[in-house]
Design a binder for this molecule. Structure first.
Ligand code: PMP
Length: 393
């Protein structure tokens, strides 16, 4: 066959994409083994039946044709009102593009602000798709390192050092994988740096309803930032609608107009019945969102209790999202070696920190996505396993 494009064959960069443990665990499950999977960010509940009913009624009511490419007006208005209420920034329908999930929004945002070959920055540790989505958009990925000892928050010096030739900076708060919620002063530092370098800020806020300590601050609300910030939102995490593929981009009107052109020529919008279901979900209000988020807050408390009983594994304080990061360096193993050994010995699957970047080396990410009992038992086993390694080391 003719050659595939360089762009697509180099999408994952070189070497492993860090998902080996995940695929190995899946193969073990398929072979009938009882593996506790604490790998990907998928809720242990499905989409609420009331949302599914709205989806069904919309489809049966005929909303199955091409929908408006920017999104149906009612949903754009609802998202605008929600963003305005949450951030205090005046937001209108014209500032909103509905996308097939946050992932598509992240890709489109980079397409909109990066010329081919421009550097696109993001913070390490990062959500695993960031390097690939930057390359998909024809930009060049560059990471900004953070330190575990500083809660994986980005620092001014590291940001400044990375900016040369960069068109954009992508941040994520609440953060996957670290659970960090960026405080206002960190966001102000970020705003100062991107403004000084005349860069775009792309703010991935898909976990904004999962805050355990403090409050979610959108950097779009900081002085002067509304004209250089694109916010990525999604119903995947807030409403357990991961499979429905529905999210949005918020930005300046002219940026959204350009992004509508991109959508017209790529996705051609999002199914109308999915949009109607999303509208129903948003209108259902905060109670449903709290219900979806509650298990993770409960399980974070379980993790804190279990981890407090030992001194080998250190928990990075998690203020939001559905994961906890554990520092396993005292076992003498890398995150990847630890995750592989834990899977083999105890049938517990976690993600190696290294899958999320060099800054997370020696850590593992544990998704809080199994029942409380199973989660607690898995953590106890994990800590016992780590203690055994530390003694042997
Ligand atoms: N950003 C982050 C940080 C994520 O963790 C995810 C999904 N795990 C996404 C974006 C994409 O979510 P979706 O496309 O389902 O909205």
């Amino acid at each position: 066959m003719p050659a595939l494009s360089h762009r697509i064959t180099t999408l994952n960069g070189d070497g492993s994409d860090g998902w080996d443990v995940f695929y190995r665990a899946r193969a073990m499950v398929e072979a009938g083994q009882d593996v506790i999977e604490l790998t990907i960010g998928e809720h242990d509940i499905g989409t609420d039946p009331s949302i599914l009913k709205a989806m069904y009624q919309s489809a049966m009511g005929g909303h199955t044709g091409y929908a408006m490419v920017p999104g149906v007006n009612a949903l754009r208005d609802e998202v605008a009102a929600r963003v305005q209420a949450q951030s205090g920034v005046p937001t209108r329908r014209e500032n909103v593009l509905i996308t097939p999930g946050g992932q598509a929004g992240l890709f489109a945002a980079h397409m909109a602000v990066c010329e081919p070959g421009d550097v696109a920055l993001y913070i390490d540790p990062y959500y695993a798709t960031y390097p690939g989505l930057v390359r998909s958009a024809g930009a060049v990925p560059r990471t900004v390192a953070t330190r575990s000892s500083n809660g994986f928050l980005p620092e001014r010096d590291a940001l400044e050092a990375a900016c040369d030739g960069a068109a954009s900076l992508l941040i994520n708060t609440p953060n996957n994988p670290t659970g960090a919620v960026y405080p206002r002063d960190t966001l102000q530092t970020i705003a100062d740096v991107v403004t000084a370098h005349d860069m775009w800020l792309i703010s991935d806020e898909v976990y904004d309803t999962q805050i355990w300590d403090g409050a979610h601050v959108s950097p779009r609300a900081l002085p002067g930032m509304v004209e250089r910030t694109l916010v990525i939102g999604s119903m995947s995490k807030s409403h357990a609608m991961t499979g429905s593929r529905i999210g949005w981009i918020i930005g300046p009107e002219s940026a959204i107009e350009a992004l509508v052109d991109l959508a017209t020529n790529t996705t051609y919008g999002v199914p109308g019945y999915i949009q109607d279901a999303a509208l129903f979900g948003l209108q259902a209000g905060a109670e449903l969102e709290s219900e979806v988020a509650a298990p993770f807050l409960r399980r974070r408390a379980i993790a804190e209790t279990v981890l407090a009983t030992q001194h080998v594994v250190r928990m990075i304080p998690a203020q939001g999202a559905m994961y906890v990061m554990l520092d396993v360096r005292d076992t003498g193993l890398s995150g990847e070696a630890f995750a592989n050994a834990l899977l083999d010995a105890e049938r517990i699957a976690v993600m190696p920190g290294e899958s999320f970047g060099a800054s997370a080396a020696g850590h593992i990410r544990v998704a809080m996505t199994v029942s409380d009992d199973r989660f607690e038992a898995a953590l106890r086993t994990l800590c016992g396993f780590a203690a055994g390694l530390a003694t042997a080391a």
